[in-house]
Structure formats: C-alpha cells, structure tokens
Design a protein around this ligand. Structure first.
Ligand SMILES: [Zn+2]
Length: 85
C-alpha cells in the first residue's frame, strides 16, 4: 500500500467519527483532505518550453501550475503536490 492509500484509509475512519460529533460541517475535514490529495502522485503538465534563468522548462505542477525546475522533480516546491514521473 502506498502512502496515499494509507492516508486515505485513515481519513475515512476519521471522517465517520467526525460526522457523528460535528454533523455536516466539513470545513476542517476539507483542509485535511486537501493535504492528503497532494500525496497522490499526478502527472506533470507539459507545455511549450518556457525560459527560466538560462534553461527552458516544459513541465509544470498539475495543481498550482508552478513550473517544475528539475527533470526528476517528484514534489512541487510551491504547493507540495507529489509528481508522478
Ligand atoms: Zn504545485
């Protein structure tokens, strides 16, 4: 089981308890869910090469569109999204 599935399982257990205590207000749960979703590896977006410094970069983060600076980058340094290479 990968980290994402592990976190998701834990989340689902917490969600049940949360709803019985706090009803349908999801504000706190949504924040946690947002964090967990960053652990799910996503394919980077490919676009026309953009010049960054002296080099051209053609991939960006699928969540926040931040340009990925390294070919082998596995996590966005802006929002923390896991990148699936
Ligand atoms: Zn990002």
């Amino acid at each position: 089981m990968n980290k994402y599935e592990d976190y998701k399982k834990a989340y689902e257990r917490i969600e049940l308890v949360y709803h019985s205590s706090f009803g349908s207000d999801n504000a706190d749960l949504d924040k946690i869910k947002e964090l967990i979703e960053k652990e799910k590896p996503m394919k980077p977006l490919k676009h026309k090469p953009k010049k960054v410094g002296y080099k051209y970069k053609e991939y960006s983060c699928p969540s926040c569109k931040n340009i990925l600076l390294y070919e082998e980058q596995r996590k966005c340094d802006n929002c923390g999204q896991k990148i699936d290479l």
